[in-house]
Design a protein around this ligand. Sequence first.
Ligand SMILES: Cc1ncc(COP(=O)(O)O)c(C=O)c1O
Length: 474
Amino acid sequence: MFLWFNQPMTQSPYATFLSHYPAYSSTFALDELRQTDYSRLDRTGQVYLDFTGGGLYADSQINAQQQMLLGGVFGNPHSSNPTSQASTRRIESARESILRFFNASSAEYVVIFTSNASGALKLVGESYPFNESGHYLLTFDNHNSVNGIREFALVKGAAVTYVPVLPPRMRADDSRLEDFLAQSQPGAHNLFAYPAQSNFSAVHHPLEWIERAHALGWDVLLDAAAFAPTNKLDLSQVKPDFVPISFYKMFGFPTGIGALIARRSALAKLHRPWFAGGTITVASVQGEKHYLADAPAAFEDGTLDYLNIPAVETGLDHLRSIGMDLIHERVRCLTGWLLENMLEIKHANGRPLVKIYGPVDTELRGGTIAMNFVNPEGRVIDHRFIEESANRVNISLRTGCFCNPGAGELALGISSSELTTCFTRPDHEQRLTYDEFRLCIDNKASGAVRISVGLVSNFADVEAFLAFARGLTE
Ligand SMILES: Cc1ncc(COP(=O)(O)O)c(C=O)c1O
């Protein structure tokens, strides 16, 4: 009659999660915030797992923007009339707020508004004084907008070298970095670019690399687009020369605004290839002469998005009021639980369901998980099928190579000779579709599935994804 006492007490998954990640309870304020400021997520039944693609805005950010727009009159900032001055004050206030957020001194750093992180990267690429003795060094796991700078380097005759990352964990071999850094030419212009957080594997590359590179004559471009939304970047502690960011990734709204946070000393090296409205003090048609304004104006082409730039300050205040440490902790706990559970899911024959590309613990990584799903025979399931299946249950995830082909090629084992064979076929000289590309690399997996958690992700979101994944073993 007392038999039931011997039955094991099964813990709910949530209780197990909390016992594995007790620090999660310190982030409960974010559950409340989700109810009040992001209620549309649960109201619409969306499971949003693409925070590395784009962050989500809070209702309060939109209300603040609406109040600003309805309560003021704002004119083009290129004048000195009252409505123009009102815009200029908001823009300068947003600039200062960005410097404060990243703890950057205005004596040392300048904020240049761009349309996104790619715009910031293009500014560096087109203006950096690459020449025949210069060098562009970059890790394999850079976003395409960082890879694209190589075209500027190559045209000017500079050497381009990639530092590999090693699958399956996708970190660079730290002990070999010195050999790469030693390739700088003394006195030449050498630029080293890497992501603080990879948007493919979520690996955090060491910020200590910045000073190691400086010591060997490199300027450093630290791509913080994927890092800044969930990690503190303190520019009083680390001193990269160029830092591109996109604000929609940090707090969802506004889209269309990014920044290049640049060291004044490094900016002085850049040569703009043209001038535009707003970038000059004087330009003459008959005199064929122009004089560039000081930074930041010299780098901001045309009229800034003066109605949306004030929303950047609102977004930064929003993050500050929550606390970056809290956001980081939340993301760490949810990522750890996802990794732990994804690795445990097996097919009936015992074969694991997923292959994860990147670290499988929470050390020095962010909240992005790149993976492929594998069928019971061990063949990768086409990522497009996974995306279509996820779409049907309102899960927003990302598939493909996430604009990060280098990491994808290494993770998926696509060799350089396979790529060369494919790209040098006469019929592929001008154009190549995705299906043709896949065919010419022997139908190998050419992409992956990416999920990413962020500021207002919760346990229900990650459980929804785990349930979806478990369903793929049936
Ligand atoms: C690491 C990284 N760098 C740069 C970018 C480019 O950002 P954007 O598309 O906003 O220009 C992204 C976008 O995903 C990114 O993740």
